[in-house]
Design a protein around this ligand. Structure first.
Ligand code: NAD
Length: 347
């Protein structure tokens, strides 16, 4: 993509939606998962830190930076579970990708939709390594904004085509049924989380509540299950009873962040967990046996957002779904910033 240095490609929500539809949601997720996997395979080459979180009574605002030495990326994201009552999203986000050599931004993008896509792509990528072979049935507990993306990702990457839904708000489950109609799923709406997990080989918990919730209790988790725990992602915001954690093999993104934010905040700080990138790279074992309970304690890590921005940037030349933002002051004589302002008045 040829571009002037002082304008920055901007992918709006409208453009992101059109890009996703033009590429196809399943293909988008599969290609994004490959991008994430490729970046996970070079995990040591990234600058990593736990995200910077600003907590308030109703939610959290977070900055998630990383760099591979060539590109630098960060995401701004919030998590406000009560927002939906006022007609607002629980999670919204935007992100930036920059050139490390000059520090100039290369891309500014909406990331509310992109976060749902990258979270789902990551969950399914992890499950591909950990879930019991041939599992086609997934319980999805919490049927809000992320739910359909998770379902489509698990179908695209693992062949999951039977869903058992549960949400405390039946309207949320009805919305998922409506949105996934004709997409090749057999869907059962359940009356409780307990009912939803019956017969499922994979359980995705993706609820939003600012508390230590108990979406799954120990008695609901049978041998061989893979748990994709997505909703617990903040201090004091978890979904699983601690007894489940003690029976599971636990896989995480970046331990220093997950120990603060994930389900494992309920466990001692030195409790053994496996970094998922090591499984992807063949450096650590994944599922040990058909009886093992595997748990992906997902909180969302900056490298996944970096991969997502990198993927979207790679699509722009072919699909053209961006506008150019006049974001950077760029005087002809670099030191004449003041003069540039004066000349604007003359025009
Ligand atoms: P949302 O508010 O749109 O949906 C959440 C749903 O959970 C709602 O429909 C709500 O009724 C339901 N719910 C709440 N408590 C429940 C309970 N006890 N049992 C069953 N259902 C319950 O939120 P969202 O955008 O779908 O996000 C869901 C969660 O995922 C949030 O907590 C968010 O912070 C988290 N999230 C994590 C990642 C990650 O990378 N791990 C990424 C994005 C979002």
């Amino acid at each position: 993509m040829s571009r002037r240095l002082n304008v920055v490609p901007f992918v709006s929500v409208e453009h992101m939606m059109r890009l996703v539809l033009e590429i196809g949601i399943e293909r988008f997720i599969v290609e994004l998962a490959s991008c994430i996997e490729a970046d996970f395979l070079r995990w040591p080459s990234f600058e990593k830190s736990a995200r910077v979180a600003s907590h308030s009574v109703d939610g959290v605002i977070e900055l998630m930076p990383t760099s591979d030495g060539t590109l630098y990326g960060f995401k701004y994201v919030n998590g406000h579970p009560r927002n939906t009552r006022d007609g607002l999203q629980t999670v919204t986000a935007f992100g930036v990708l920059c050139d490390v050599a000059t520090g100039y931004p290369l891309l500014l993008s909406e990331m509310t939709i992109l976060t749902a896509l990258r979270t789902a792509a990551t969950s399914a990528l992890v499950a591909k390594h950990l879930a019991p072979a041939g599992g086609r049935t997934m319980a999805v507990i919490g049927n809000g904004a992320q739910a359909e993306f998770q379902a489509v990702a698990f179908k695209a990457l693992l062949g999951v085509d039977r869903l058992r839904l549960y949400d405390i708000d039946p309207a949320a489950s009805r919305k998922v049924v409506r949105n996934l109609a004709g997409k090749g799923f057999e869907i059962v709406v359940c009356e409780s989380a307990q009912e939803a997990v019956l017969g499922a080989q994979i359980v995705t918990t993706v609820t939003a509540d600012k508390q230590n919730a108990t979406i799954l209790t120990d008695n609901m988790v049978g041998a061989g299950l893979h748990i994709n725990a997505v909703g617990g992602d903040c201090p004091g915001k978890t979904e699983l009873h601690a007894d489940i954690l003690r029976r599971s093999d636990i896989f995480v993104e970046y331990p220093p962040q997950t120990r603060i934010e994930g389900e494992i905040q309920q466990l001692p700080g030195d409790y053994p967990v496996t970094e998922f990138w090591q499984v992807a790279a063949g450096l650590a074992p994944g599922r040990r046996s058909s009886q093992a309970i595997t748990l992906f304690d997902s909180v969302g890590f900056a490298i996944e957002d970096f991969s997502a921005l990198r993927y979207v940037r790679g699509q722009l030349a072919a699909h053209g779904m961006f506008t150019e933002l006049d974001l950077l002051a760029d005087p002809d004589e670099p030191r004449d910033l003041f003069g540039m302002v004066l000349r604007a008045q003359v025009k």
